[in-house]
Design a protein around this ligand. Structure first.
Ligand code: FAD
Length: 482
C-alpha cells in the first residue's frame, strides 16, 4: 500500500496480513531526523555495522524492534576473519575472552565409526586468531551492543520498527513506529529517519527486502532440525554404539552423527554450554520433538539427567536462499536479509559480518567523495560469489549428513573413508591422536583474493595493510581495475 507525506511516496508494509493503513502510517506526530547511515535491525550483523559506522565517525541511527538480543539458540562458531573484524572495531579482546577454540569436527557414519574429519589448521603464530571460535550468541550480541556505548555519534532506537521506506537518490527515508509488541499510548507516533545510506540488517524475514520487493532465489535445501542448548555439569558420557574419538571426548572437536536413523550433532560450547541438534523427521510435528519427554530421552544418552539444564530449544527450517539484488539506490541488504545459509559450516552470521565490513569502507569512500557511487555496485559483486560458494558447500555437506536411506548412507561412508585414506597418504600429517587414516581437510571456508588498493595486484592477504578483497571469479569487476 502507498501513503504520501508531502511530495514523497512511501511503500508501507503489510503486517499480519493487514494493510498498514489500518494503523495510520504517517499521519500522527511525525518528526524527521537526518543521518549518514540508518541501520535496520540490531542482530549481530546490524551491531557490527553500527560499530563500524561509529568507529568511522558516521552519524548513525539503529532501529531495533526488540529490547534484548534474540534468545533462541543460533550461531555458535565463527572464523578467524570475523575475529579480525572484531579487532577492527576494538572489541577483539572482550570477544576473545568469551570464546574458545574449536579444533575440528568428526563425522561418524552409519556404523557409528569415523568417516570424515575436518581440522582447523594449527596457528602458525601465537598472534594469529584461532581458525574456528566457539561462542554463545546472546553473549556476543551483548558485547557488540555495549560496544556502541563508546560512540556518541550512534543513536539506538529500541522497541521501534521500520514500517515504510522511501528510496531517493541522495538519501532515503524510513518510517519508524513503536514496535507492535509495545501497546499503549504513543504507539501510533511516527518518526521519519532520513539517511544517506540505509543498511537492512533485519534478518531472514526482512521488512526492507519485502518493501523493496526483492525476490529470494531458492538454491534448494530445506530440512527441519531441532536445536537445543543446555548447561552441563561434569563430563559427558559416550553412547557405546558410537566410536567417539578422544578429540571429541575432550571437548576439542564437535561431532556429527550421520546415522540414517536420526542424524544429530553435538557441539561443545564455551564453559558449561553444550549444543545438541537433531534432524526432525517428516512424520514428526515440531511440538512432538520440543516436548520435555522427547528431549530428556535424547539427552539421557549423553549425560546424567541431574547434570543437565535445558536452556532453550527450537525447531528451525534450514534453508539456502540468496536475494536477487543486494542494493537498491542507497539501500543495502546485509546478513540474513540478503542470504540464508544452512548452518553445517557455521557461516551464516560470518557472511553477514563480512557484508558489513565490506560495505562500510565503500560507504566511507563514497561519502567522503573519494570514490564514485559506482563503487557501491561492487558490494554485491564481491560478496555474492563468496556467499554462494559457501552456501553450495553447506548444502552439499547437509545433503550428505541428512541421508536417511541406509544403503545411500553406507555408500557415502565408503566414499568418505576412501577420500580420508587418500589425504592421509600425503606427507606432513600432523595430528597425533586420531587414527592416521584421517587427513587434513580444513575448517576454514573458501577465501577470497586480496587486491592492493593502489595497484590492484593480487596479494597474499597479510602482506599489505591497504588491501581490498574480491572473489577470484570476479576480480576483473574491481572498480579500481576499470
Ligand atoms: C540453528 C542455527 C545455528 C547457526 N549456527 C551458526 C554458526 O555457528 N555460525 C554462524 O556464523 N552462523 C550461524 N547461524 C546463522 C546465524 O545465526 C544468522 O545468520 C545470524 O544470526 C543472522 O544475523 P542478522 O543480524 O543478519 O539477523 P538477525 O539476528 O535475525 O537480526 C535481525 C534483527 O532485526 C530486527 N528487526 C527485524 N525486522 C525489523 C524491523 N522492521 N524494524 C526494526 N528491527 C527489525 C530483529 O528484531 C532482529 O534483532 C545459525 C543459525 C541457526 C538457525
Amino acid at each position: 500500500m502507498v501513503n504520501s507525506i508531502g511530495r514523497r511516496q512511501y511503500i508501507c508494509f503489510l503486517l499480519d496480513g493487514a494493510p498498514y493503513g489500518a494503523r495510520p502510517a504517517f499521519s500522527m506526530k511525525t518528526h524527521t531526523s537526518e543521518f549518514d547511515v540508518a541501520i535496520v535491525g540490531l542482530g549481530p550483523v546490524g551491531a557490527v555495522a553500527a560499530n563500524l559506522a561509529g568507529a568511522a565517525g558516521l552519524r548513525t541511527i539503529v532501529v531495533e524492534r526488540g529490547d534484548q538480543p534474540y534468545v533462541m539458540p543460533r550461531a555458535i562458531v565463527f572464523d578467524a576473519e570475523i575475529m579480525r573484524i572484531f579487532s577492527s572495531i576494538g572489541l577483539a579482546k572482550e570477544v576473545a575472552a568469551a570464546t574458545r577454540a574449536l579444533e575440528g569436527s568428526i563425522y561418524l557414519g552409519a556404523d557409528g565409526k569415523p568417516i570424515r574429519a575436518f581440522r582447523a589448521r594449527p596457528r602458525s603464530h601465537e598472534l594469529q586468531w584461532h581458525p574456528s571460535n566457539l561462542f554463545y550468541q546472546p553473549e556476543l550480541e551483548r558485547i557488540l551492543r555495549n560496544g556502541l556505548l563508546r560512540f556518541p555519534n550512534v543513536t539506538v532506537l529500541r522497541e521501534k520498527e521500520v514500517v515504510g521506506v522511501q528510496k531517493g537518490d541522495g538519501s532515503s527515508e524510513l518510517a519508524v513506529a513503536a514496535a507492535r509488541t509495545t501497546p499503549g499510548p504513543g504507539s501510533d507516533a511516527r518518526q521519519i529517519v532520513r539517511s544517506k545510506f540505509v543498511l537492512a540488517c533485519d534478518g531472514a524475514s526482512s521488512t526492507v527486502r519485502k518493501l523493496l520487493r526483492i525476490a529470494l532465489e531458492d538454491i534448494g535445501f530445506e530440512e527441519r532440525w531441532l536445536v537445543l542448548d543446555a548447561l552441563v555439569n561434569g563430563a559427558l558420557q559416550w553412547p557405546t554404539v558410537y566410536a567417539v574419538p578422544e578429540e571429541v571426548r575432550s571437548g576439542r572437536y564437535s561431532l556429527m552423527v550421520c546415522d540414517p536413523a536420526r542424524p544429530a550433532t553435538l557441539i561443545p560450547g564455551v564453559g558449561r554450554h553444550r549444543r545438541w541438534e537433531y534432524m526432525v523427521m517428516e512424520y514428526e510435528k515440531d511440538d512432538d520433538v520440543l516436548g520435555e519427554t522427547w528431549l530428556s530421552q535424547r539427552l539421557a544418552q549423553w549425560v546424567e539427567p541431574s547434570d543437565v539444564e535445558i536452556v532453550r530449544s527450537a525447531v528451525y527450517r534450514f534453508r539456502a536462499l540468496i536475494a536477487d539484488r543486494w542494493r537498491e539506490q542507497n539501500i543495502f541488504l546485509l546478513g540474513d536479509a540478503a542470504h540464508q545459509t544452512p548452518p553445517f559450516y557455521g557461516q551464516g552470521m560470518c557472511h553477514g559480518i563480512r557484508d558489513a565490513a565490506q560495505l562500510m569502507w565503500r560507504l566511507c569512500l563514497v561519502k567522503d567523495g573519494a570514490a564514485s557511487v559506482a563503487a557501491l555496485d561492487s558490494y554485491q559483486i564481491e560478496r555474492a560469489p563468496h556467499v554462494r560458494e559457501i552456501i553450495a558447500a553447506s548444502v552439499m555437506a547437509g545433503a550428505e549428513v541428512c541421508k536417511l536411506d541406509p544403503a545411500a548412507a553406507r555408500a557415502r561412508d565408503i566414499e568418505f573413508r576412501r577420500v580420508e585414506l587418500e589425504r592421509a597418504d600425503r606427507p606432513g600429517w600432523p595430528f597425533p591422536t586420531l587414527s592416521r587414516q584421517f587427513g587434513t581437510a580444513s575448517l576454514i571456508p573458501a577465501q577470497v583474493a586480496c587486491y592492493c588498493r593502489k595497484c590492484c595486484a593480487c596479494l597474499p592477504r597479510e602482506c599489505c595493510s591497504d588491501w581490498m578483497r574480491f572473489s577470484r571469479a570476479d576480480s576483473r569487476s574491481c572498480p579500481l581495475n576499470q
